[in-house]
Design a protein around this ligand. Structure first.
Ligand code: PLP
Length: 374
């Protein structure tokens, strides 16, 4: 697959070698269980502590606010269900129509248990307006969950303004930041975020590991019951290798964030310029305030699925929307929520460029797109 061009970095990213190198010792020599009291567990215990500190530093948190989970999906499930079950008096939850299914389906689950949930509509550009939240929130709202950046169209939400509205009504504010962490600057305290979900494989870390930031003082119920790991809040023997790999990947991405953003934006501009010069008609979804490198492009009268397959035959991996929706042939809930014309929605593709892409990749993507769409 080495001569293939990978342009679906919103689905997953390549594991960085710094992360892989950091993980290796924990598979063989250092296989101790971090929860045991003897000397053999000293090093895993230290590694766990160090990883928690590194991750906390990257998002402006303190170490005991970081809880390791198995993935972004688990973090979202925990934030939603743990918040709902954590307060018997306040029952209302508010989220948006454009969330990832990890949030949407967790909300449906709590609805089945009798908790009311409101789904806020976005603007046609994919923004959840704070005034729309203000109109729907009540003093009975337990929590608000709005994603940091959308996985299909890349829009970045006005997180600070949304968390201000939530707090003014005494509600907890959670954000699914799976697409944003490690890619754009995040400081949970200045943004007023109470809980934040993240996943390592989206920022060049290993798959199957993530974390949930829970601000000190926020009271939610555990989701996974068992032993006393993760401060008694998330049971299960710690996956030290993956946790260490996640911390190394995040630190690396945060240290190089500025240059990565510049590089990715440069690639994105070259792609858009080339597309404009090709004369192919297209519509770009979302706003300018978006994740670097994520382009949602619609081609009227075309079939996004067919474009994806033709590009694949030409050696290029792109997507029609979110990775989880590739088996679902219906128009994505995000494109429906922004009320994109059906003719355009059916002809939508997502190209997500990452730090490992090059100008040559962009040239090749352009040539292949022109060939595919001609
Ligand atoms: N939330 C968002 C916004 C995502 O894009 C994804 C994955 O695509 C998830 C949650 C789920 O993360 P994971 O794959 O780690 O379960």
């Amino acid at each position: 697959m080495s001569d293939m061009i990978y342009a679906d970095n919103a689905a997953t990213t390549a594991l960085d070698s710094v992360a892989l190198d950091a993980m290796m010792p924990w598979f063989r020599a250092e296989y101790g269980n971090a929860s045991q009291p003897y000397a053999f567990s000293r090093e895993p215990k230290k590694a766990l502590k160090e990883a928690r500190r590194t991750i906390a530093n990257c998002i402006g948190a303190v170490p005991d606010e970081i809880y390791f989970t198995s993935c972004g999906t688990e973090s979202d499930n925990w934030a939603i269900k743990g918040s709902a079950f954590g307060d018997a008096k306040k029952r209302l939850a508010i989220t948006s129509q454009i969330e990832h299914h990890a949030v949407l389906n967790s909300c449906k689950s709590i609805q089945r248990l009798g908790y009311p949930v409101e789904y806020l509509p976005p603007t046609s550009k994919g923004i959840i307006l704070p005034e729309v939240l203000e109109k729907n929130i009540t003093d009975n709202t337990r929590f608000v969950s709005v994603m940091f950046a959308n996985n299909e169209i890349g829009t970045v939400q006005p997180i600070k303004a949304l968390s201000d509205v939530a707090h003014s009504h005494g509600a907890i504010f959670h954000t699914d930041a799976v697409q944003a962490v490690g890619h754009i600057p995040i400081d949970v305290h200045s943004l007023g975020v109470d809980m934040l979900s993240a996943s390592a494989h989206k920022f060049n870390g290993p798959k199957g590991i993530g974390f949930l930031y829970i601000k000190n003082g926020i009271n939610i119920s555990p989701l996974i019951d068992g032993g006393a790991q993760e401060f008694g809040m998330r049971a299960g023997t710690e996956n030290i290798a993956s946790i260490v790999g996640m911390a190394a990947a995040l630190e690396n991405n945060c240290q190089h964030m500025k240059e990565n953003i510049t590089h990715i934006k440069d690639l994105e501009q070259a792609l858009i310029k080339g597309l404009d010069q090709s004369g192919i008609a297209y519509v770009r979804n979302g706003t300018d305030d978006k994740l670097p490198g994520l382009l949602s492009l619609s081609f009227a009268g075309k079939d996004g699925e067919a474009i994806l397959h033709r590009m694949d035959l030409l050696g290029i991996s792109i997507s029609t929307g979110s990775a989880c929706d590739s088996v679902n042939k219906e128009i994505s809930h995000v494109l429906q929520a922004i009320r994109l014309d059906e003719n355009l929605a059916k002809g939508t593709i997502r190209i997500s460029l990452g730090k490992n892409n090059t100008r040559d990749d962009v040239e090749c993507i352009l040539r292949s797109l022109v060939k595919t769409l001609a």
